[in-house]
Design a protein around this ligand. Structure first.
Ligand code: PLP
Length: 389
Protein backbone atom coordinates (compact mmCIF):
# COMPACT_ATOMS: atom_id res chain seq x y z
CA UNK A 1 0.00 0.00 0.00
CA UNK A 2 0.97 3.63 -0.47
CA UNK A 3 -0.11 6.85 1.19
CA UNK A 4 -3.15 8.44 -0.40
CA UNK A 5 -2.71 12.01 -1.52
CA UNK A 6 -6.00 13.39 -2.81
CA UNK A 7 -5.97 15.75 -5.79
CA UNK A 8 -6.68 19.40 -5.04
CA UNK A 9 -10.37 20.06 -5.73
CA UNK A 10 -12.71 23.00 -5.46
CA UNK A 11 -15.94 21.66 -3.99
CA UNK A 12 -19.06 23.35 -5.34
CA UNK A 13 -21.46 20.44 -5.39
CA UNK A 14 -24.24 19.54 -2.94
CA UNK A 15 -21.65 18.71 -0.25
CA UNK A 16 -19.02 18.18 0.93
CA UNK A 17 -17.90 21.81 0.63
CA UNK A 18 -14.36 23.16 0.82
CA UNK A 19 -12.85 22.69 4.28
CA UNK A 20 -10.77 25.64 5.44
CA UNK A 21 -7.09 25.14 6.34
CA UNK A 22 -7.78 26.02 9.98
CA UNK A 23 -10.36 23.21 10.27
CA UNK A 24 -8.03 20.75 8.52
CA UNK A 25 -5.26 21.77 10.93
CA UNK A 26 -7.56 21.22 13.92
CA UNK A 27 -8.27 17.66 12.71
CA UNK A 28 -4.56 16.86 12.91
CA UNK A 29 -4.18 17.77 16.60
CA UNK A 30 -3.22 14.92 18.98
CA UNK A 31 -5.93 12.41 19.77
CA UNK A 32 -6.85 12.25 23.46
CA UNK A 33 -9.25 9.97 25.29
CA UNK A 34 -13.01 10.33 24.96
CA UNK A 35 -13.31 10.54 28.78
CA UNK A 36 -10.31 12.86 29.24
CA UNK A 37 -11.33 15.88 31.37
CA UNK A 38 -10.04 18.24 28.67
CA UNK A 39 -12.07 16.44 26.05
CA UNK A 40 -15.16 16.71 28.24
CA UNK A 41 -14.65 20.48 28.33
CA UNK A 42 -14.53 20.47 24.51
CA UNK A 43 -17.79 18.47 24.43
CA UNK A 44 -19.50 21.09 26.61
CA UNK A 45 -18.21 23.84 24.31
CA UNK A 46 -19.55 22.05 21.23
CA UNK A 47 -22.95 21.55 22.87
CA UNK A 48 -23.12 25.26 23.73
CA UNK A 49 -21.96 26.26 20.23
CA UNK A 50 -24.62 24.10 18.57
CA UNK A 51 -27.33 25.46 20.87
CA UNK A 52 -26.25 29.00 19.95
CA UNK A 53 -26.13 28.30 16.21
CA UNK A 54 -29.57 26.66 16.18
CA UNK A 55 -30.98 29.10 18.77
CA UNK A 56 -31.90 26.02 20.77
CA UNK A 57 -31.34 27.00 24.41
CA UNK A 58 -32.92 24.39 26.68
CA UNK A 59 -32.73 21.74 23.94
CA UNK A 60 -30.38 18.75 24.12
CA UNK A 61 -27.81 19.58 21.41
CA UNK A 62 -25.23 16.93 20.55
CA UNK A 63 -23.27 15.80 17.48
CA UNK A 64 -24.03 12.19 16.51
CA UNK A 65 -21.00 10.13 15.42
CA UNK A 66 -22.12 9.59 11.80
CA UNK A 67 -23.17 11.69 8.77
CA UNK A 68 -26.38 13.70 8.33
CA UNK A 69 -28.48 10.63 7.57
CA UNK A 70 -27.78 9.48 11.13
CA UNK A 71 -29.53 12.59 12.40
CA UNK A 72 -32.53 11.69 10.28
CA UNK A 73 -32.52 8.08 11.47
CA UNK A 74 -32.08 9.06 15.13
CA UNK A 75 -34.97 11.55 14.92
CA UNK A 76 -37.33 9.07 13.28
CA UNK A 77 -36.38 6.01 15.33
CA UNK A 78 -36.50 7.80 18.69
CA UNK A 79 -39.82 9.58 18.13
CA UNK A 80 -41.81 6.90 16.30
CA UNK A 81 -43.11 3.58 17.62
CA UNK A 82 -45.18 0.89 15.91
CA UNK A 83 -48.71 2.16 15.40
CA UNK A 84 -47.81 5.87 15.49
CA UNK A 85 -48.85 8.01 12.55
CA UNK A 86 -46.28 10.17 10.78
CA UNK A 87 -47.08 12.88 8.26
CA UNK A 88 -44.14 13.41 5.93
CA UNK A 89 -43.96 16.22 3.40
CA UNK A 90 -42.06 15.11 0.31
CA UNK A 91 -40.65 17.61 -2.20
CA UNK A 92 -37.37 15.93 -3.11
CA UNK A 93 -35.12 13.01 -2.41
CA UNK A 94 -34.49 13.41 1.30
CA UNK A 95 -38.04 13.22 2.63
CA UNK A 96 -38.55 9.95 0.75
CA UNK A 97 -35.75 8.56 2.94
CA UNK A 98 -37.55 9.79 6.03
CA UNK A 99 -40.69 7.99 4.89
CA UNK A 100 -38.77 4.74 4.38
CA UNK A 101 -37.28 5.03 7.87
CA UNK A 102 -40.64 5.84 9.47
CA UNK A 103 -42.18 2.75 7.87
CA UNK A 104 -39.27 0.66 9.20
CA UNK A 105 -40.01 2.07 12.67
CA UNK A 106 -43.49 0.56 12.31
CA UNK A 107 -45.30 3.87 11.89
CA UNK A 108 -48.17 4.40 9.51
CA UNK A 109 -46.98 7.01 7.07
CA UNK A 110 -49.03 9.68 5.33
CA UNK A 111 -47.07 11.22 2.47
CA UNK A 112 -47.84 14.77 1.39
CA UNK A 113 -46.32 14.85 -2.07
CA UNK A 114 -45.17 17.86 -4.03
CA UNK A 115 -43.69 18.56 -7.41
CA UNK A 116 -39.88 18.62 -7.25
CA UNK A 117 -38.62 22.20 -7.32
CA UNK A 118 -41.52 23.54 -5.24
CA UNK A 119 -41.57 24.28 -1.50
CA UNK A 120 -43.74 22.30 0.92
CA UNK A 121 -47.30 23.68 0.83
CA UNK A 122 -48.56 24.42 4.38
CA UNK A 123 -52.20 24.09 3.27
CA UNK A 124 -51.64 20.51 2.07
CA UNK A 125 -49.80 19.63 5.27
CA UNK A 126 -52.56 21.14 7.39
CA UNK A 127 -55.13 19.01 5.56
CA UNK A 128 -53.08 15.84 6.14
CA UNK A 129 -52.68 16.64 9.84
CA UNK A 130 -56.46 17.21 10.11
CA UNK A 131 -57.19 13.68 8.84
CA UNK A 132 -56.34 12.18 12.23
CA UNK A 133 -53.94 12.37 15.17
CA UNK A 134 -50.27 12.29 14.17
CA UNK A 135 -47.25 11.78 16.40
CA UNK A 136 -44.83 13.46 14.00
CA UNK A 137 -44.68 15.94 11.14
CA UNK A 138 -41.39 15.66 9.24
CA UNK A 139 -40.08 17.83 6.41
CA UNK A 140 -36.88 19.15 4.86
CA UNK A 141 -36.08 22.83 5.43
CA UNK A 142 -33.48 23.10 2.65
CA UNK A 143 -34.07 20.42 0.00
CA UNK A 144 -30.63 19.79 -1.49
CA UNK A 145 -31.93 17.70 -4.39
CA UNK A 146 -33.83 20.70 -5.79
CA UNK A 147 -32.44 23.85 -4.14
CA UNK A 148 -35.75 24.78 -2.50
CA UNK A 149 -36.36 26.40 0.87
CA UNK A 150 -39.59 25.58 2.73
CA UNK A 151 -41.22 27.69 5.44
CA UNK A 152 -40.07 25.93 8.61
CA UNK A 153 -41.78 28.41 10.95
CA UNK A 154 -45.20 27.87 9.32
CA UNK A 155 -44.82 24.09 9.17
CA UNK A 156 -43.65 23.73 12.80
CA UNK A 157 -46.59 25.92 13.87
CA UNK A 158 -48.98 23.54 12.09
CA UNK A 159 -47.42 20.59 13.93
CA UNK A 160 -47.87 22.39 17.28
CA UNK A 161 -51.48 23.19 16.48
CA UNK A 162 -52.16 19.54 15.64
CA UNK A 163 -50.32 18.23 18.73
CA UNK A 164 -47.61 16.58 16.60
CA UNK A 165 -43.85 16.75 17.12
CA UNK A 166 -41.92 18.40 14.29
CA UNK A 167 -38.78 16.90 12.75
CA UNK A 168 -36.89 19.39 10.59
CA UNK A 169 -34.06 18.32 8.27
CA UNK A 170 -31.59 21.22 8.41
CA UNK A 171 -28.64 19.36 6.91
CA UNK A 172 -28.10 21.92 4.16
CA UNK A 173 -29.60 24.96 5.90
CA UNK A 174 -27.49 25.07 9.07
CA UNK A 175 -24.75 27.68 8.68
CA UNK A 176 -26.10 28.96 5.34
CA UNK A 177 -29.50 30.43 6.22
CA UNK A 178 -31.02 31.01 9.67
CA UNK A 179 -32.07 27.92 11.63
CA UNK A 180 -34.08 29.02 14.66
CA UNK A 181 -35.40 26.28 16.92
CA UNK A 182 -36.88 28.75 19.42
CA UNK A 183 -38.67 30.95 16.88
CA UNK A 184 -40.04 27.90 15.05
CA UNK A 185 -40.82 26.07 18.32
CA UNK A 186 -39.35 23.02 16.55
CA UNK A 187 -38.96 19.62 18.26
CA UNK A 188 -36.09 17.91 16.49
CA UNK A 189 -33.58 19.58 14.20
CA UNK A 190 -30.67 17.69 12.70
CA UNK A 191 -27.85 18.61 10.37
CA UNK A 192 -24.51 17.49 8.99
CA UNK A 193 -21.02 18.94 9.11
CA UNK A 194 -20.02 18.86 5.43
CA UNK A 195 -22.48 21.34 3.96
CA UNK A 196 -22.55 24.94 5.19
CA UNK A 197 -20.49 24.20 8.32
CA UNK A 198 -17.57 23.29 6.03
CA UNK A 199 -16.14 20.60 8.26
CA UNK A 200 -15.49 17.10 6.87
CA UNK A 201 -18.45 14.70 6.65
CA UNK A 202 -19.08 12.28 9.50
CA UNK A 203 -20.99 14.10 12.24
CA UNK A 204 -24.67 14.94 12.63
CA UNK A 205 -25.52 17.77 15.02
CA UNK A 206 -28.99 17.20 16.48
CA UNK A 207 -31.21 19.24 18.83
CA UNK A 208 -34.15 17.83 20.78
CA UNK A 209 -36.73 20.02 22.50
CA UNK A 210 -37.91 19.22 26.06
CA UNK A 211 -41.19 18.01 24.47
CA UNK A 212 -39.30 15.60 22.21
CA UNK A 213 -37.26 14.34 25.16
CA UNK A 214 -40.45 13.77 27.21
CA UNK A 215 -42.01 11.87 24.30
CA UNK A 216 -38.94 9.63 24.09
CA UNK A 217 -38.99 9.03 27.85
CA UNK A 218 -42.67 8.04 27.57
CA UNK A 219 -42.14 5.44 24.84
CA UNK A 220 -43.87 2.09 25.32
CA UNK A 221 -40.90 0.20 23.93
CA UNK A 222 -37.20 0.91 23.47
CA UNK A 223 -36.03 2.42 20.17
CA UNK A 224 -34.95 -0.34 17.83
CA UNK A 225 -31.51 1.09 17.19
CA UNK A 226 -28.92 1.00 19.93
CA UNK A 227 -26.20 3.43 18.83
CA UNK A 228 -28.64 6.31 18.30
CA UNK A 229 -30.96 5.51 21.23
CA UNK A 230 -31.23 9.01 22.65
CA UNK A 231 -31.43 7.91 26.28
CA UNK A 232 -28.24 5.85 25.97
CA UNK A 233 -26.44 8.59 24.03
CA UNK A 234 -27.14 11.09 26.79
CA UNK A 235 -25.39 8.84 29.34
CA UNK A 236 -22.24 9.95 27.52
CA UNK A 237 -23.15 13.40 26.16
CA UNK A 238 -25.47 14.56 28.97
CA UNK A 239 -22.67 15.29 31.39
CA UNK A 240 -24.70 15.63 34.56
CA UNK A 241 -23.58 13.05 37.11
CA UNK A 242 -20.47 12.15 35.14
CA UNK A 243 -19.99 10.56 31.76
CA UNK A 244 -20.02 6.86 31.11
CA UNK A 245 -18.73 4.97 28.11
CA UNK A 246 -21.28 4.56 25.35
CA UNK A 247 -19.16 4.64 22.18
CA UNK A 248 -15.69 6.00 21.49
CA UNK A 249 -16.38 9.50 20.23
CA UNK A 250 -14.76 10.49 16.91
CA UNK A 251 -12.33 12.72 18.80
CA UNK A 252 -10.52 14.40 15.91
CA UNK A 253 -13.67 14.89 13.88
CA UNK A 254 -15.05 16.76 16.88
CA UNK A 255 -11.96 19.01 16.93
CA UNK A 256 -12.88 19.86 13.35
CA UNK A 257 -16.51 20.65 14.14
CA UNK A 258 -15.41 22.76 17.10
CA UNK A 259 -13.00 24.78 14.96
CA UNK A 260 -15.66 25.25 12.27
CA UNK A 261 -18.02 26.65 14.94
CA UNK A 262 -15.29 28.94 16.31
CA UNK A 263 -14.65 30.27 12.79
CA UNK A 264 -18.35 30.80 12.17
CA UNK A 265 -18.87 32.80 15.38
CA UNK A 266 -15.71 34.82 14.73
CA UNK A 267 -17.13 35.88 11.37
CA UNK A 268 -20.58 36.40 12.90
CA UNK A 269 -23.74 34.49 12.04
CA UNK A 270 -25.35 37.43 10.26
CA UNK A 271 -22.20 38.06 8.22
CA UNK A 272 -22.12 34.39 7.24
CA UNK A 273 -25.71 34.49 5.97
CA UNK A 274 -25.03 37.70 4.03
CA UNK A 275 -21.93 36.14 2.46
CA UNK A 276 -23.98 33.17 1.23
CA UNK A 277 -26.71 35.46 -0.14
CA UNK A 278 -24.24 37.74 -1.95
CA UNK A 279 -22.42 34.79 -3.52
CA UNK A 280 -25.76 33.39 -4.68
CA UNK A 281 -26.87 36.70 -6.20
CA UNK A 282 -23.58 37.05 -8.05
CA UNK A 283 -23.73 33.49 -9.38
CA UNK A 284 -27.35 33.93 -10.45
CA UNK A 285 -26.56 37.22 -12.21
CA UNK A 286 -23.65 35.61 -14.05
CA UNK A 287 -25.62 32.54 -15.10
CA UNK A 288 -28.66 34.52 -16.18
CA UNK A 289 -26.45 36.91 -18.20
CA UNK A 290 -25.53 33.98 -20.45
CA UNK A 291 -29.05 32.60 -20.69
CA UNK A 292 -28.85 29.84 -18.08
CA UNK A 293 -32.05 29.39 -16.08
CA UNK A 294 -32.80 28.26 -12.54
CA UNK A 295 -35.19 25.41 -11.75
CA UNK A 296 -36.62 27.21 -8.72
CA UNK A 297 -38.62 30.48 -8.51
CA UNK A 298 -36.54 33.34 -7.01
CA UNK A 299 -38.51 33.53 -3.74
CA UNK A 300 -37.99 29.83 -2.97
CA UNK A 301 -34.28 29.54 -3.85
CA UNK A 302 -31.61 28.48 -1.41
CA UNK A 303 -28.51 30.65 -1.69
CA UNK A 304 -26.30 27.65 -0.87
CA UNK A 305 -27.69 25.26 -3.50
CA UNK A 306 -28.28 26.53 -7.02
CA UNK A 307 -30.15 24.23 -9.39
CA UNK A 308 -29.46 25.24 -12.98
CA UNK A 309 -31.23 23.83 -16.02
CA UNK A 310 -29.05 22.15 -18.64
CA UNK A 311 -29.61 23.94 -21.99
CA UNK A 312 -31.02 21.98 -24.95
CA UNK A 313 -28.40 19.91 -26.73
CA UNK A 314 -25.80 20.12 -23.95
CA UNK A 315 -24.46 16.91 -22.40
CA UNK A 316 -24.89 17.39 -18.66
CA UNK A 317 -22.25 14.85 -17.58
CA UNK A 318 -19.68 16.07 -20.13
CA UNK A 319 -19.85 19.56 -18.65
CA UNK A 320 -19.18 18.24 -15.15
CA UNK A 321 -16.30 16.14 -16.47
CA UNK A 322 -14.88 19.19 -18.28
CA UNK A 323 -14.86 21.48 -15.25
CA UNK A 324 -13.33 18.72 -13.12
CA UNK A 325 -10.58 18.04 -15.64
CA UNK A 326 -9.73 21.64 -16.50
CA UNK A 327 -10.46 23.45 -13.25
CA UNK A 328 -10.42 20.77 -10.52
CA UNK A 329 -13.96 21.94 -9.90
CA UNK A 330 -16.69 19.64 -8.64
CA UNK A 331 -20.33 20.53 -9.29
CA UNK A 332 -23.30 18.23 -8.70
CA UNK A 333 -25.60 16.28 -10.99
CA UNK A 334 -29.39 16.10 -10.77
CA UNK A 335 -31.04 13.37 -8.70
CA UNK A 336 -34.15 11.29 -9.37
CA UNK A 337 -36.47 12.91 -11.92
CA UNK A 338 -33.93 15.74 -12.38
CA UNK A 339 -31.12 13.42 -13.47
CA UNK A 340 -29.56 14.77 -16.66
CA UNK A 341 -31.77 17.87 -16.46
CA UNK A 342 -29.89 20.12 -14.02
CA UNK A 343 -26.59 20.90 -12.38
CA UNK A 344 -26.48 21.55 -8.66
CA UNK A 345 -23.98 24.24 -7.75
CA UNK A 346 -23.18 24.55 -4.07
CA UNK A 347 -22.14 27.79 -2.41
CA UNK A 348 -21.76 26.26 1.01
CA UNK A 349 -19.67 27.52 3.89
CA UNK A 350 -16.06 28.13 2.80
CA UNK A 351 -17.17 27.63 -0.82
CA UNK A 352 -19.46 30.71 -0.69
CA UNK A 353 -16.99 33.36 -1.84
CA UNK A 354 -16.71 35.73 -4.83
CA UNK A 355 -13.62 33.78 -5.92
CA UNK A 356 -15.64 30.54 -6.11
CA UNK A 357 -18.38 32.31 -8.07
CA UNK A 358 -15.92 33.69 -10.65
CA UNK A 359 -14.13 30.37 -10.96
CA UNK A 360 -17.39 28.48 -11.45
CA UNK A 361 -18.70 30.91 -14.08
CA UNK A 362 -15.40 30.81 -15.99
CA UNK A 363 -15.23 27.03 -15.87
CA UNK A 364 -18.88 26.53 -16.81
CA UNK A 365 -18.75 28.95 -19.77
CA UNK A 366 -15.62 27.18 -21.02
CA UNK A 367 -17.28 23.79 -20.72
CA UNK A 368 -20.38 25.00 -22.57
CA UNK A 369 -18.21 26.42 -25.36
CA UNK A 370 -16.44 23.05 -25.64
CA UNK A 371 -19.91 21.54 -26.23
CA UNK A 372 -20.59 23.97 -29.08
CA UNK A 373 -22.88 26.09 -26.89
CA UNK A 374 -20.91 29.34 -27.11
CA UNK A 375 -21.52 31.83 -24.30
CA UNK A 376 -19.56 34.90 -23.23
CA UNK A 377 -17.45 34.30 -20.12
CA UNK A 378 -16.83 38.03 -20.06
CA UNK A 379 -20.56 38.80 -19.90
CA UNK A 380 -21.06 36.30 -17.07
CA UNK A 381 -18.17 37.71 -15.01
CA UNK A 382 -19.25 41.29 -15.63
CA UNK A 383 -22.79 40.56 -14.38
CA UNK A 384 -21.43 38.73 -11.32
CA UNK A 385 -19.04 41.56 -10.48
CA UNK A 386 -21.84 44.09 -10.85
CA UNK A 387 -23.95 42.10 -8.37
CA UNK A 388 -21.00 41.95 -5.96
CA UNK A 389 -20.20 45.69 -6.19
C1 PLP B 1 -26.82 15.74 2.55
C2 PLP B 1 -28.20 15.66 3.10
C3 PLP B 1 -28.61 14.62 3.93
C4 PLP B 1 -27.74 13.43 4.24
O1 PLP B 1 -26.55 13.76 4.83
P1 PLP B 1 -25.32 12.72 4.75
O2 PLP B 1 -24.27 13.44 5.51
O3 PLP B 1 -25.02 12.55 3.30
O4 PLP B 1 -25.75 11.47 5.39
C5 PLP B 1 -29.89 14.67 4.45
N1 PLP B 1 -30.72 15.67 4.17
C6 PLP B 1 -30.38 16.68 3.35
C7 PLP B 1 -31.35 17.77 3.07
C8 PLP B 1 -29.10 16.70 2.80
O5 PLP B 1 -28.76 17.70 1.99
Amino acid sequence: MQSFNPPRRILMGPGPSDVSPRVLAALARPTIGHLDPDFQALMEDIKAGLARLMNAQGYACIPLPAPGTAGMEAAIMNLLEPGDRAVIAVNGVFATRMADMAARAGASVTLVEHEWGKPVDPAKVEAALAEGPAKVLAFVHAETSTGVRSDAAALCALARKAGALSIVDCVTSLGGIPVDAAAWDADVIYSGTQKCLSAPPGLAPIALSPRAQAAIAARKEKPRNWLFDFGLLMSYWGGEGGRSYHHTAPINALYGLHEALVALFEEGQQAVFVRHQRAHEALAAGLEAVGLAFLVAPADRLPQLNTVRVPEGVDEAAVRAHVLKHWDLEIGAGLGPLKGQVWRIGLMGASATPWHVRLCLTALCGALAAQGHAVSTEAALKAADKALA
